[in-house]
Design a protein around this ligand. Structure first.
Ligand code: PMP
Ligand code: GLN
Length: 413
């Protein structure tokens, strides 16, 4: 195995999806995806695209994105970032947001370059940086004690520590806001500090904004590319999987200034070359439809957050009643919950895993039939202990499943 691939360990997704197959938990609150149907018109658009009388909709499309889709993306984002986004040169459609992350990192990070990563982080950032020959430099969000119930707002960066990571070798910072797994929405002050350091040290920002629509009021998502001086140095990433609740369609996108997008396009054209034509067509049609009702309450992109808010609230109450300490997320569809108070109820002594949260989530899944994700997977080797007392719960699930999870937890308690 080449050294850049590390020890070839399975990612948490590979490992935990196998658990779903092997143990068939009654409630899977692990990997992030809705367990119910996306909007009907979205799936109808895919069927219609595949059956369209234009036979080319089932053949290769323009490598950097179907013209109809990049045009729709430009219409969607131009007003949001106060830039006239050129659909030809400033947008790239990829296989999931994953591939946009890959193209951004491989397209910019060179041997020895440092990339600042905020922990906990979406796990693939680290291997991607290493594939590129770069060096990840980690900085944790630390939950501050709160008087009321803990929320994602309590997870904060130490400004001095952040500043100390920037130097002349720093190439990029990865900023995931809204944040997986905490649900934190970075504030204007935090973004401005990061922006100021990026400009001072000539650093790029990879803004992973796949949960951009899933923000609970009164919180507001602020796009890094809108902070003064940042458009020129930011690549923003989105996902159709999150936007339309179709994670299995694995289609995402990146947008930013042409000089940076060119580098992503170079990676993309030589790795996958093109996306999946009927899926891109269906997403384009769906975006066009949503844009036509942008100012109505039905606008799906923002309606979804309102729809899942009661699920968040239900899960938070249920976790609290069942001995966890949930940290209420301001965005996304995950909730971090501290299981410290439950430790004396479960015997983890014979569990073979190294980290406590792996031991807990596996044993607890066997005992309750509720599967969750161990957040230490989202930390670098030296900081795993910061996530070890938590389990991550996904709440974009049918109400009946959340009710069942509550019942199973009560029975176990
Ligand atoms: N970034 C973050 C923070 C994520 O949670 C995910 C998971 N979907 C992705 C990127 C990848 O998105 P996609 O499924 O579109 O590849
Ligand atoms: N983003 C989703 C999650 O965090 C899915 C991850 C994945 O499939 N790799 O659960």
């Amino acid at each position: 195995l080449p050294a850049r691939l590390g020890t070839g360990e399975k990612s948490v997704w590979v490992e935990y999806i196998q658990l779903v197959i092997d143990y068939k938990p009654k409630v899977n609150l692990g990997q992030g995806f809705p367990d119910y149907h996306p909007p009907c018109y979205v799936t109808n658009n895919l069927a219609a695209a595949a059956c369209d009388k234009n036979p080319l909709l089932n053949q290769y499309c323009r490598g950097f994105g179907l013209p109809r889709l990049v045009t729709a993306l430009s219409k969607l984002y131009s007003p949001l970032v106060c830039q006239k986004i050129n659909p030809q040169t400033q947008v790239l459609v990829t296989i999931g947001a994953y591939e946009s992350l890959f193209c951004t990192i491989l397209g910019h990070v060179d041997k020895g370059d440092e990339v600042i990563v905020i922990e906990p982080y979406f796990d693939c950032y680290e291997p991607m940086i290493i594939f590129a020959g770069g060096k990840p430099r980690f900085i944790p969000l630390r939950p501050q004690p709160s008087c009321g119930e803990p929320t994602s707002e309590n997870w904060v960066l130490d400004c001095k520590e952040l500043e100390s990571l920037f130097n002349c070798n720093t190439k990029m910072i990865i900023l995931n806001s809204p944040h997986n797994p905490t649900g934190k929405v970075f504030t204007m002050d935090e973004l401005e500090l990061i922006a100021c350091l990026c400009q001072k040290f000539n650093v790029l920002c990879l803004a992973d904004e796949v949960y951009e629509w899933l923000v609970f009021e009164p919180k507001k998502h602020i796009r890094m590319s809108t902070i003064p001086g940042m458009w020129e140095r930011t690549i923003s990433i989105g996902s159709a999987g999150k936007t339309f609740s179709v994670t299995g369609w694995k289609t995402g996108w990146a947008y930013g200034p042409e000089k940076l997008m060119k580098n992503l396009m170079t990676v993309h054209q030589n790795v996958v070359y093109t996306g999946i034509t009927p899926i891109e067509e269906a997403i384009a049609r769906s975006l066009e439809f949503e844009l036509s009702r942008r100012d109505t309450p039905e606008y799906y992109l923002t309606a979804l957050a309102r729809e899942i808010l009661p699920k968040r609230n239900f899960l938070a109450r249920s976790l609290k009643a069942n001995g966890f300490t949930p940290h209420i997320p301001d965005s996304g569809y995950f909730m971090m919950a501290d299981f410290t108070k439950l430790k004396n109820k479960i015997d983890l002594s014979k569990e073979p895993d190294k980290y406590l949260d792996y031991k807990f989530t596996k044993k607890w899944a066997k005992e309750t039939s509720v599967l969750t994700i161990p957040p230490s997977a989202f930390y670098s080797k030296n900081s795993k202990c910061l996530g070890e007392n938590f389990a991550r719960f996904c709440f974009i699930k049918k109400d009946e499943k959340l009710l069942l999870a509550d019942k199973l937890m009560k029975e176990w308690n």
